[in-house]
Design a protein around this ligand. Structure first.
Ligand code: HEC
Length: 174
């Protein structure tokens, strides 16, 4: 009889503990879906493209990570900076000084080789990880296998994209 009571008591404790765990789980699922980051994919084959969250270090980059919208669209200061970064990373050599095309295609759209480049998330992925057709990865850590700190940061890439969109009929945030 005494054993039976003890067993019941232990069962009750176990049940309480597992109920508590469930509560904790549902709590963390709720908060992680609220803070959920955008799922980036490669332009080559649509496979998951993990990018360290710590690289999204500015308010604009953090916004983009969670909304996939580029906050620099229409921001004159960011657009001017974007043009300079475009030159700095030699994008000019292949896409021309006004991104209208040279060796590489024009970037102002609205029609793209990779249709997803009409969105800012799509263009970000294409520049970050490159393509199989002559466009090398420019993302930090990917651009230069010998130096993990070399390459464009998410914030700088958003500025470049804002500059490209400033000459386009689309904003990419549609
Ligand atoms: C060495 C030459 C070269 C450089 C440098 C280069 N690109 Fe490209 N880029 C290309 C080529 C070639 C393509 C076409 C790729 C393909 O068809 O797969 C391309 C494609 C693209 C596309 C996709 C366009 C579309 O129609 O979908 C974007 C966006 C782009 N480049 C942006 C950039 C940016 C931004 C930079 C600088 C950070 C840059 N590229 C630097 C050669 C270059």
């Amino acid at each position: 009889m005494c054993n039976f009571k003890l067993n019941l008591f232990l069962l009750f404790i176990l049940f309480t503990i597992s109920a508590c765990n469930k509560n904790d789980e549902s709590h963390s699922v709720a908060s992680s879906s609220r803070d959920k980051a955008v799922d980036f994919v490669t332009t080559q084959d649509g496979k998951p493209l993990p990018i360290a969250e710590t690289l999204f270090s500015t308010p604009a980059a953090k916004d983009f990570l969670h909304t996939s919208k580029n906050p620099y669209i229409g921001n004159a200061e960011a657009i001017a900076k974007g043009k300079k970064i475009f030159q700095l990373y030699s994008c000019t050599q292949c896409h021309g000084p006004e991104a209208k095309g040279q060796v590489g295609p024009g970037l102002t759209g609205p029609d793209y080789r990779y249709p997803k480049d009409a969105t800012n998330k799509g263009m970000f992925e294409t520049v970050w990880h490159g393509t199989n057709g002559g466009m090398g990865a420019k993302g930090i850590g990917l651009m230069d296998p010998t130096d993990p700190n070399n390459g464009i940061t998410p914030d700088d890439l958003l500025k470049v994209i804002a500059w490209i969109r400033s000459m386009s009929k689309i904003t990419g945030n549609e």
